[in-house]
Design a protein around this ligand. Structure first.
Ligand code: HEC
Length: 311
């Protein structure tokens, strides 16, 4: 056990056997060398035997070395040298470098001599030349592909991908209507949405607000006056969260989906300005949409609203 290689050999074989033991011995959750005490004992003995073998080989080498003549030793070294020269990666390495061995440098020496500085006429290293040929091939392919056949450059690729992503987002928005809440809701003017809203209203709300929105237990939904604030966002919030405690308007978010709340709220918006059969007296304050462009109603009224939701 004198040299580094024998240490490496021992460590390598022991590691291999340890892993093999873990792999082949079925020991459940725990590692095999904890579960069965035979495993560590075996591994220790195995390591000792390996070390012993290495020591034996080393001393045998010493012994042969001692009884060999100088000539025999030289022949052995020469054999080993030739064998190592013939390994494939060494051959490849030399081929790729194409270097003259230092003893043969005289053959390629150029005949000028600048104050003792001489020049060698080495071949270009083949690895470098092959690399150079590769760049030429690459350049031709590139030129034909991008400048003659007109393949997409980075900008065109980017634009295309952005367009695809935008389309995907639109698609997602279509299927994800339920993502709407009081802060993002918009008035839905589509006929289908308003028809759905009317249906929801007829099924759930007429008992208190009347079919025409004129009001009963609940307030009139057709006039300018709102207890909890008008406009799509306030209405959505009222329907979702309910009215003031004890007034009878429940939070509909338990039974209606967000999109349904948006639909019925939009439908309520369309009732504004209609004339119900038995309109209930106005309750609350005149609501003014702060975001609407032109308003003639007094702005102070806005502040008196009970709980208007601002964006
Ligand atoms: C049980 C009776 C009842 C039902 C059913 C009912 N509401 Fe109401 N609603 C009320 C009452 C009472 C109020 C007043 C709440 C308050 O004063 O806080 C109200 C208020 C409202 C308001 C706010 C009005 C304002 O002036 O701010 C809206 C909008 C509304 N309801 C929509 C609906 C919708 C949509 C439905 C059906 C999904 C519905 N309501 C079902 C009783 C009802």
């Amino acid at each position: 056990m004198r040299n580094f290689a024998s240490y490496l050999r021992v460590i390598f074989i022991v590691t291999l056997v340890t892993f093999a033991a873990e792999y082949f011995i079925d020991s459940g959750e725990k590692p095999a060398f904890l579960t069965f005490k035979e495993v560590p004992i075996f591994l220790t003995l195995f390591t000792i035997v390996l070390i012993a073998i290495e020591i034996m080989i080393a001393s045998m080498n010493n012994l042969t070395n001692a009884i060999m003549t100088e000539e025999q030793k030289e022949r052995l070294a020469e054999k080993a040298r030739i064998a190592s020269e013939n390994i494939w990666y060494k051959k490849l390495y030399h081929k790729l470098l194409d270097q003259k061995p230092i003893e043969a440098e005289g053959e390629i020496e150029l005949d000028h001599n600048y104050d003792g500085i001489k020049e060698l006429d080495n071949n270009l290293p083949p690895w470098w030349i092959y690399g150079f040929y590769l760049t030429i091939i690459f350049a031709v392919v590139y030129l034909v592909r991008y400048h003659i056949l007109g393949a997409d450059n980075q900008k065109a690729e980017y634009d295309k991908e952005m367009a695809i992503a935008k389309a995907a987002i639109e698609e997602y928005k279509k299927t994800a209507k339920d993502l709407v809440d009081a802060s993002t809701v918009e008035f839905l003017s589509g006929e289908a949405d308003l028809a759905a809203g009317k249906l929801i209203f007829d099924n759930n709300c007429v008992a208190c607000h009347m079919a025409d929105g004129g009001g009963g237990i609940g307030p009139n939904l057709t006039d300018d006056h709102w207890i909890l604030g008008g406009g799509i966002k306030n209405i959505f919030n009222t329907v979702a969260e309910g009215g003031r405690d004890g007034k009878g308007m429940v939070a509909w978010k338990q039974s209606l989906k967000p999109i349904e709340i948006a639909q019925v709220s939009s439908y309520i918006m369309t009732l504004h300005g209609t004339t119900p059969a038995n309109p209930k007296d106005p309750e609350g304050d005149i609501w003014v949409d702060e975001n609407a462009p032109a308003q003639d109603a007094p702005a102070t009224e806005v502040e008196q609203n009970e709980e208007p939701i601002q964006e």
